[in-house]
Design a protein around this ligand. Structure first.
Ligand code: ADP
Length: 166
């Protein structure tokens, strides 16, 4: 595979996007020609997300505006189907700790079974972000913690507003 070859998908809930996600998206954009950030819209999920899929997409768009080969799309079908529709050759995900590994190992095997042509590629989290998750950021912000070092400024502002509205 030539460097900067092909389309890949970086899927996730992104509720909200964090600096850890952006690190993976940026590094992926240096390797592949086109990166589609796939925002999962799962209306069947029991827990309600803090932000709607459209809001999550808008926050990612704003944070990736300077990356010329990155775009964001919302999807509600199976990840491999979404990847196939885009003509993507791979799914790229971040791997933080051993705790991520077991789940991702299972997902990668399942996705390969569904479509052997689409590879799952894992990028190791940068050490400074390896502790960072959207859930952690949401919990911190809910209890008034300062998240300004963990998420882009517009995301921190949107969280303060949303949590204040509740
Ligand atoms: P979270 O687990 O934070 O709720 P998502 O479900 O939105 O995240 O995850 C999208 C992708 O980003 C997953 O592949 C996840 O492993 C990865 N990811 C999330 N946070 C980080 C981080 N801090 N560093 C590297 N990858 C991450």
């Amino acid at each position: 595979m030539a460097a900067r070859d092909g389309v890949v998908v970086c899927p996730g809930s992104y509720d909200p996007v964090t600096n850890g996600h952006l690190d993976i998206i940026t590094r992926t954009s240096h390797v592949f020609e086109r990166v589609v950030v796939g925002v999962v819209n799962n209306p069947l999920r029991k827990e309600k997300t803090l932000f709607s899929a459209e809001e999550r997409k808008a926050l990612i768009d704003e944070a990736t505006v300077d990356l010329g080969n990155v775009e964001t799309q919302i999807f509600s079908n199976l990840l491999v189907e979404f990847a196939r529709e885009l003509g993507a050759k791979a799914i790229v995900k971040g791997l933080r700790a051993i705790s991520d590994f077991e789940y991702e190992f299972e997902m990668a095997q399942l996705n390969r079974k569904l479509d052997p042509e689409i590879e799952s590629i894992y990028m190791i989290a940068s050490p400074e972000y390896s502790f960072l998750s959207s859930t952690g950021v949401r919990e911190m912000a809910t209890f008034g913690g300062d998240v300004s070092d963990l998420v882009p400024t517009p995301v921190a502002a949107a969280m303060t507003k949303r949590l204040g509205d509740r």
